[in-house]
Design a protein. Structure first.
Length: 296
């Protein structure tokens, strides 16, 4: 058996012309196709920053940052985290859709307060799930414009990342968006030319106030009591039931609007740690330890 001619694809010419990708692309951290469009500013705006709301969700936290890019790197102006929400009255459920909305609202109110726009643009004070876009007021400074940066997160319909977007929009930031990715959106039937897109704002409002969590709590409590106690142990510990979620989130929204500033933690008194190694001796102490001739 003789093997046929095999074309060498990765020859010396291939390796000579090979160019490595950017480091953060090699690490799978940055989508440069999206980033280019998020940070590129029009030339006639000179050095005006193009602000982005960077939304990221980890296993235990929700992160929202207001940032802009420079030649030397991105600069973060303000940030909000879901681990701050217990200070506003939300002790549990810090990574669900409702918590994402709270983090977006917290960032929006902080940003507007930072730029002295909080009294001019209050945003959507009555949360109803409807699409809300802040409008410029005559004789006042324009609304704060920024753009959503989702990174590598999947932007499927109902994703938690859009809870941050909705919170920012209701908080008073001008973020271009549609309802196509919000919970409650129903696309038109492609087989029926007479059907149109529909958006159920009540469904979205239910998600914002934790209605989906309350439904699951009731379902699990009826089906499997042990599974309920295991899944919602921290809710039980904080005496939070399915019927308590909506008023709880309403109080959190009010607390954020009343004072979005970061709650300062009391500094713990310093107590030196216990040493398990020998204390380093000074020169005089080392000399004193040496054996003397008269003692020999």
């Amino acid at each position: 058996f003789e093997m046929g001619l095999v074309k060498v694809v990765k020859n010396s010419a291939y390796f000579k012309r090979y160019q490595v990708k950017y480091r953060r692309r090699r690490e799978g951290k940055t989508d440069y196709y999206a980033r280019k469009r998020l940070v590129t500013q029009a030339k006639n705006k000179y050095n005006t920053p193009k602000y982005r709301v960077i939304a990221r969700i980890t296993n235990k936290d929700v992160i929202a940052q207001l940032a802009y890019s420079t030649i030397t790197g991105d600069k973060v102006v303000l940030s909000a985290y879901s681990h701050e929400l217990p200070a506003f009255g939300l002790p549990v459920g810090l990574t669900n859709y409702s918590a994402c909305y709270c983090v977006g609202l917290l960032l929006a109110r902080r940003v507007l307060k930072h730029y002295s726009l909080d009294d001019i643009y209050e945003g959507q004070t009555e949360v109803d799930g409807e699409q809300y876009e802040v409008e410029p007021l005559p004789g006042q400074r324009g609304p704060f414009r920024c753009y959503l940066d989702t990174g590598l997160a999947r932007t499927s319909k109902g994703a938690r990342i859009f809870g941050v977007l909705k919170g920012c929009a209701d908080g008073g930031l001008a973020i271009p968006h549609k309802t196509k990715r919000f919970p409650g959106y129903i696309p038109a039937d492609p087989t029926d030319k007479t059907s149109n897109d529909e958006y159920n704002a009540e469904e979205h409002k239910k998600q914002i106030f934790g209605g989906h969590v309350a439904d699951f709590m009731r379902h699990l409590q009826d089906e499997d009591e042990d599974a309920f106690k295991r899944q919602f142990s921290r809710f039980i510990k904080n005496a939070i039931g399915a019927d308590d979620l909506e008023p709880l989130y309403s109080k959190v929204h009010s607390a954020i609007r009343a004072n979005p500033e970061k709650k300062g933690e009391a500094k713990k008194s310093y107590k030196p740690k216990k040493r398990h190694t020998h204390v380093k001796l000074t020169y005089e102490q080392r000399v004193a330890k040496r054996p003397r001739l008269e003692d020999l």
